[in-house]
Design a protein around this ligand. Structure first.
Ligand code: PMV
Length: 326
């Protein structure tokens, strides 16, 4: 009976300075640096059990098989098996307490939880930077979910990994998510990025501006300058969506309710509410604000036609083992 098992929990993260585009698709290396916040409340739970009797990896998410994700999960486990010098296949059971593949960063929390659980199950004891790098090869944003609070992923001459930038307790912002659709998105981020890199006339300009946006946001976070963080984050988000729109064929991740939310957040700001928006490769809108404004923002977004749910989060912790042989 194998005891090579463990379970881990990881939270999704939302980028404030966006990652879109790869400089090395084979090793999944990002073309731009990024900064994110890790969320509380939403999570992926992943249980991994290596078993010498298995003839291939077995993967289920929410009790269902998902053949496409299973290939990515096995590739990630292969890296961990190689590091451990082991060859057992594994049962992987995963569940999310939020919609999967709909622009709520389920791949980020999913792969972060997977590497942490597999690392513990095989008693590998890899340091977080190594786990972050391994997670990044499966999903760029997953590298950032290894840590809590504000997280950065600079470009690196070797291979990118994420680092903690500022603890959640030091600047405890709130995140309000307006859910405007729960179905899986049409074009996933890997395909979308590949299409953008190949076809967008704006891609070169996006690459050239990225380092400056990263540096500005980094300083704004370290100085806890909300106004500056709001400016650079909205700009990075809108530039990424401009890039997506300029792809051929254009990638339109917004729906009517998303656009209404963006306008409402700007109106709130005009009325003195400290809040800014960001969106990823999906129609959900994320509003970032100091906790004192959380209720006002949630009520305003909840009243918009087409918003089906409003989720409220704080900044959360990094990925961690929740069950497992020590
Ligand atoms: O990690 P991926 O491959 O799912 O890409 C994430 C891309 C965005 O969410 C749109 C931006 C980001 O930096 O998280």
């Amino acid at each position: 009976m194998s005891s090579l098992q463990a379970a881990a929990v990881a939270h999704p993260n939302i980028a404030l300075v966006k990652y879109w585009g790869k400089r090395d698709a084979t090793n999944n290396r990002p073309a731009v640096p990024s900064i994110s916040v890790t969320l509380s409340s939403l999570y992926t739970y992943s249980r991994v059990r290596f078993d010498p009797n298995l003839e291939s990896d077995s993967f289920a998410i929410g009790g269902h098989r998902d053949a496409q994700t299973a290939i990515r999960v096995s590739a990630c486990l292969d890296t961990i098996r190689a590091r451990a010098g082991r060859d057992e296949f594994a049962y992987v059971e995963t569940r999310n307490n939020f919609p999967t593949g709909a622009g709520l960063a389920s791949s980020a929390s999913g792969f972060a939880a997977l590497v942490v659980a597999a690392n513990r199950a095989l008693r590998l004891d890899l340091p977080p930077a190594d786990l972050s790098r391994i997670a990044r090869r499966s999903s760029g944003s997953a590298a950032r979910s290894l840590y809590g609070g504000f997280v950065e992923m600079p470009l690196d001459n070797e291979e990118e990994t994420a680092y903690p930038l500022l603890d959640a307790e030091q600047w405890p912002l709130a995140i309000v998510i307006a859910v405007t659709a729960t179905g899986a998105k049409d074009v996933g981020s890997t395909e979308g990025m590949e299409r953008t890199t190949r076809t967008s006339d704006y891609y070169q300009a996006w690459l050239e501006a990225a380092t400056a946006d990263f540096a500005t946001a980094r300083d704004a976070i370290l100085n806890q300058d909300f106004r500056e963080l709001a400016r650079v984050s909205e700009r990075s988000c809108l530039k990424m969506h401009g890039l997506m729109l300029s792809t051929d064929p254009g990638l339109i991740y917004w729906n009517e309710a998303s656009v209404a939310c963006l306008h409402r957040i700007r109106m709130l700001r005009k009325d003195g509410v400290e809040v800014f928006f960001t969106m990823d490769a999906g129609p959900q809108v994320k509003a970032v604000c100091p906790p004192a404004y959380r209720q006002i923002v949630a009520e305003a977004l909840g009243s918009i036609p087409g918003v089906t749910d409003v989720l409220q989060c704080r900044l959360g912790a990094g990925a961690r083992v929740v069950e497992g042989a020590s």
